[in-house]
Design a protein around this ligand. Structure first.
Ligand code: ATP
Length: 420
């Protein structure tokens, strides 16, 4: 089996550990491993044929070696350094290798060495409008077929996983069309009857249903905690109030957990919006009480998607004005922004993607045309296989419930066991 892995959508810490685990497990299980640079964009761009070469997939022949377990592995392709800095296009590269115009790259064991602790995604990610069209997916299919790739691991959010499942669903039809119009040979068509896919959830928001945690969320929370610790000392020194905006879109997990970790006075999250008419009074009452018992600092967390019950966004500047005008607190706003996204993954964002990457390859190898596409999750501390379509549907239903002001359903869908 030839297994390709790509990262798509917003980046998150731990994506490199996921790619590393997929590549290594693929090799251990006797597969050939590929990375696709720049998400679906790379799948559509594919590999531009080198001049004088009739084989667009021609790459440096592998150096076949045995690893410590005696497994024959394609160990060294030497692309690791280039993948880290691929814009350099390597004309000065001492290895003489070149990734120019090549988005689907065969990799070996060593190419992903040292990736575990790196932040972001070394192979790049993108949002790709082209992949939303049938023409784009047809080109992507053609590029995969040219490389003989029949298994794909996608690490991204619900959009990326939807796109992967769509490609899988359309695959037989795409292969037939490409064969009919003479783009691929009969031999290629016969060798590419099925595509199997598995999704890994990379998202700092922890916004995917049916899994307890997504890759990148623990690190983002860690960053928020560090920032809150920093803010806390200066807030205490000056007896100030801080309104801290955190990421999360429709999901309040980061904000809620940050409130717990950082000891916030008040937290606004989209799933549990306050009464439109009275939240200002309620917030001021709580903060006043905290001040009266001697607290020298005030911290209010606002999730970026926070709303009141009338779906009016709760904006940090407005919260600041309330605290200033009603409680006379010297109040500042801090928007943590992309500091939450970047940086090295914390320990759990190395463990989780490693375990899930291994499981992703195992799931691919066990997939048949009849099995559903799986998303690899974690439930009650056990790595799990979850039907991808169901998880995406439930995730989208939560966003819809919030838009429909059906907050009770949103909370129930997020956590069926939730009790007030
Ligand atoms: P994030 O959580 O960071 O937003 P995401 O994976 O949900 O990640 P999207 O922008 O929704 O991010 O999707 C990433 C890419 O996946 C899109 O740019 C597009 O190429 C592809 N994609 C998303 N939805 C679909 C779809 N319905 N059909 C085909 N491709 C899709």
């Amino acid at each position: 089996m030839r297994v390709a892995v790509l990262t798509s959508g917003g980046d998150s810490a731990g994506m490199n550990a996921a790619v590393r685990a997929v590549v290594k497990q693929a090799i251990v299980r006797g597969c050939e491993a590929y990375v696709v640079r720049e998400g679906y964009e790379g799948l559509i761009r594919g590999n531009i044929e080198a001049e004088g070469s009739s084989d667009s997939g021609a790459q440096t022949p592998p150096q076949v070696t045995r690893d410590s377990q005696g497994v024959e592995a394609n160990l060294r392709f030497g692309y690791g350094p280039l993948l880290r800095d691929w814009e350099g296009d390597s004309t000065d590269d001492p290895t003489g290798k070149n990734l120019k115009g090549r988005y689907i790259v065969k990799v070996g064991w060593d190419d992903v060495r040292g990736w575990m602790g790196e932040g972001g995604t070394i192979i790049g990610t993108a949002r790709c409008a082209g992949f939303r069209t049938i023409e784009g997916r047809m080109t992507a299919a053609h590029n995969l077929i040219k490389e003989g790739i029949n298994a794909l691991v996608v690490c991204g959010g619900d959009g990326s996983l939807t796109g992967a499942d769509k490609l899988r669903g359309e695959w037989p039809e795409l292969v037939a069309k490409l064969h009919q119009n003479g783009t691929i040979t009969e031999e290629q068509a016969n060798a590419s009857k099925h595509l199997v896919i598995v999704g890994l959830v990379g998202s700092i928001d922890n916004d995917m249903a049916m899994t307890d945690l997504t890759i990148g969320a623990p690190t983002a929370l860690h960053r928020i905690c560090e920032s809150m610790d920093n803010i806390s000392t200066t807030a205490s020194s000056h007896s100030r109030a801080f309104v801290i905006e955190v990421m999360g879109r429709y999901c309040g997990w980061l904000a809620l957990m940050a409130g717990v970790c950082g000891g916030a006075d008040f937290v606004f999250i989209p799933e549990c919006p306050p009464e439109a008419e009275s939240w200002e009074d309620q917030m001021c009452e709580v903060i006043k009480r905290h001040r009266e018992v001697g607290k020298r600092k005030t911290m209010v967390i606002v999730a970026e998607g926070a709303l009141d019950k009338n779906l009016k966004p709760i904006k940090p500047d407005y919260v600041k004005d309330i605290l200033r005008n009603r409680l006379q607190l010297d109040t500042r706003v801090t928007t943590l922004g992309h500091t939450q996204r970047g940086g090295r993954p914390c320990a759990y964002d190395r463990i989780l993607p490693t375990l899930q990457g291994v499981e992703a390859v195992n799931a691919l190898l066990e997939s048949t045309p009849e099995t559903p596409s799986y998303m690899i999750g974690i439930n009650e501390n056990k790595i799990s296989r979850i039907p991808l379509v169901e998880a995406v549907k439930q995730t989208q239903a939560i966003a819809q419930a919030i838009n429909d002001k059906d907050f009770e359903s949103a909370v129930k869908l997020r956590d069926p066991d939730f009790k007030e």
